[in-house]
Ligand binder design. Structure first.
Ligand SMILES: *[C@@H]1O[C@H](CO)[C@@H](O)[C@H](O)[C@H]1NC(C)=O
Ligand SMILES: *[C@@H]1O[C@H](CO)[C@@H](O)[C@H](O)[C@H]1NC(C)=O
Ligand SMILES: *[C@@H]1O[C@H](CO)[C@@H](O)[C@H](O)[C@H]1NC(C)=O
Length: 170
């Protein structure tokens, strides 16, 4: 009985592994990747800084033989932990994203979308949310963030139209 169950399990695993390909559309220069390629980020600065987290996620992904395993909360949590570290490192070192997969909430969303499309597993948003590091010093650092830039442009435009208004009313 036991060996029959083991055999059945093996068969199921083998059958399942044949149709095993999560296609994750991360976009950018990378396009579609498999879960195994999802963390294949060639940037020593980043991967070096995330050494406990990312190899752990890599190992977890590599151990999976089904899409359902790849979309399992434990697997997704390991990947998010790695992405969170990459994200923190990008911010701490103030470097642009070298790859659309590095520290990216968008890439994680694409991963969840692939889970829904391939195995009808809805990955909860809470499992793929990246949070700002605690020591982040806000958008008023040396580089203007997008909102700050927008405000600057609006203020500049307002000042410029104000000048025209003054000239017009003279
Ligand atoms: C990437 O995957 C999506 C589905 O997830 C598919 O519609 C698209 O054609 C794929 N793109 C490439 C370049 O294979
Ligand atoms: C994950 O493993 C691949 C090789 O399988 C490696 O190229 C990649 O750098 C690893 N990713 C991370 C983030 O450690
Ligand atoms: C996907 O899963 C949901 C519940 O998790 C179910 O209601 C729905 O019918 C499933 N869709 C398919 C195509 O299997």
């Amino acid at each position: 009985m036991h060996s029959f169950l083991s055999f059945t399990f093996l068969l199921v695993t083998l059958l399942a592994s044949r149709a095993f390909a999560l296609e994750i559309n991360v976009g950018g220069t990378i396009g579609n990747v498999t879960a195994q390629q999802f963390l294949d980020i060639n940037d020593e600065t980043l991967t070096g800084a995330c050494t406990p987290q990312c190899p752990t996620a890599n190992t977890t992904v590599a151990a999976c033989t089904t899409d359902a395993c790849l979309c399992d909360p434990a697997t997704v949590a390991a990947i998010t932990t790695c992405e969170q570290c990459l994200f923190n490192t990008l911010i701490a070192k103030n470097i642009p994203m070298p790859d659309p997969r590095a520290g990216s909430a968008t890439a994680l969303t694409a991963y969840a979308a692939a889970c829904l499309a391939s195995v009808n597993i809805t990955v909860p948003t809470s499992e793929i949310t990246l949070t700002l590091p605690a020591d982040w010093d806000g958008p008023f650092g040396q580089h203007l963030s997008l909102p700050a830039t927008v405000i600057t442009v609006i203020v500049a435009t307002a000042l410029a139209s104000g000048c025209i208004y003054v000239v017009n009313t003279m």
